[in-house]
Design a protein around this ligand. Structure first.
Ligand code: NAD
Ligand code: GLY
Length: 373
């Protein structure tokens, strides 16, 4: 097991541990709960994860702790204020006190909504992430962004609240569908492209992103990926500068998710495609060579993803990109690669970049096409 300490500079003496390993969850839980002397713990999960994992996880909690189980429906569409309110109701009914703790067992949806509820219940109780998807292990459980969606925009209501601890047990991934596994890999590749060229190089030798291809070194990949995100959020918790680099591939990834109503492709699939374009535009603007663009494209293609976009007028794409939260009055803050393993933010015009995107999809992309082409 590896221990990664995340130190948040914005808050005095605020740090937490991420424990990464396989099969260590029970021991870690018993030790942490014993130290904290919790009398009551909440286990928040969804119906799917409850079915595959929660029974065994419940058995990991010390027997003298009262465990309150809260189970919500599965899916992004339930990451709402209504569901948050349902969780709060359950907590009040169970008499949860300020010194109790919530354990969020699930993917990014559970971590985001659980962290959010924990951060507002009685003005905040402690919470621990027990992530069960690759994406939640390397991305959403690190950095303290909590929240729910609003009909106006995704993730638009929430807080920056750091967890008290994170336990990443890769044994939780055994039952994860392959599509989710590959999707989560998008964020690992993103981390490598923005900060760790050696990690990126290691993906060039892989056939595909399935579990068997990397099971041996998998915990090491999880550790390196979490380390990259932790380094960034330690420096810039509230996304005033450097944390924006984590949005590499996300401007057009979010556009793809919006254009396909969040129902056709997973977030990770959209991000694979968004990174193909962001790498291409970095080449087109003279930052990286064509050879490096092709190297990245080849790695992204190992995901086996092909995004088919509906043919819509260009102004629809422009309006979606303009509404992206990285947009500023004068233009959009776009993340480019200076080289493989180093990214930077530059302002660019929405019209210009959307035109480049459309030309790219028509002429160069191997991961994105327009319907009917
Ligand atoms: P998810 O939480 O919806 O999980 C994906 C699917 O896998 C769900 O159906 C879930 O029930 C199922 N599942 C989870 N673990 C499983 C397991 N071990 N075995 C079998 N099935 C399992 O999706 P996700 O990709 O983990 O997370 C996406 C969410 O994370 C989005 O809401 C996104 O906004 C959020 N996110 C947050 C941050 C952050 O910094 N807070 C960063 C990135 C993404
Ligand atoms: N996933 C982007 C961030 O945490 O800032």
């Amino acid at each position: 097991m590896k221990r990664l300490q995340v130190n948040i500079q914005d808050n005095n003496d605020n740090f937490y541990d991420i424990l990464i390993g396989s099969g260590h969850c029970k021991e870690a839980l018993v030790e942490y709960i014993g130290e904290q002397k919790y009398k009551t713990c909440i286990l928040l999960t969804n119906r799917t994860v409850d079915h595959v994992l929660a029974h065994s996880v419940r058995d990991m909690f010390p027997k003298d702790v009262r465990l309150v189980n809260i189970i919500i429906e599965d899916g992004e569409k339930f990451k709402t204020l209504e569901t948050a309110s349902f969780i709060l109701d359950q907590m009040f009914e169970a008499g949860i006190m300020r010194d109790d703790c919530m354990f969020c067992l699930g993917g990014g949806v559970i971590g985001d909504i659980g962290g959010f509820v924990a951060s507002i219940y009685l003005r905040g109780i402690k919470f621990v992430h027990l992530p069960t998807t690759v994406l939640s292990m390397v991305d959403s459980c690190v950095g303290g962004k909590t929240g729910v969606n609003h009909t106006y925009a995704k993730n638009s209501i929430g807080t920056f609240t750091q967890p008290d601890m994170v336990i990443i047990d890769s044994e939780f991934l055994t039952m994860l569908p392959k599509r989710q596994l590959i999707s989560g890999f998008s964020e690992i590749i993103k981390h490598s492209l923005i900060q760790d060229a050696d990690l990126f190089d290691s993906f060039e030798g892989m056939e595909t992103f399935d579990f068997e291809s990397f099971v041996e070194g998998f915990n090491d990949i999880l550790y390196r990926s979490c380390r990259i995100k932790a380094d960034i959020v330690e420096f810039d918790e509230k996304e005033k500068g450097m944390r924006m680099l984590l949005n590499f591939g996300h401007t057009f990834g979010h556009m793809i998710e919006t254009l396909t109503s969040y129902s056709v492709y997973t977030h990770g699939e959209a991000i694979f495609a968004g990174m193909e374009f962001a790498t291409y535009i970095s080449h087109k603007e003279g930052e990286i060579s064509r050879e490096d663009f092709k190297r990245v494209q080849k790695v992204l293609l190992k995901s086996g993803i092909l995004i088919e976009l509906p043919k819509v007028p260009i102004n629809i794409i422009e309006s979606i990109v303009s509404k992206d939260k990285k947009n500023r009055a004068k233009g959009i803050h776009f993340i480019y690669l200076e080289r493989l393993g180093k990214a930077f933010v530059k302002e660019t015009s929405v019209e210009k970049i959307v035109k480049e995107f459309v030309d790219f999809v028509n002429e160069e992309s191997k991961l994105i096409c327009f319907a009917g082409k």
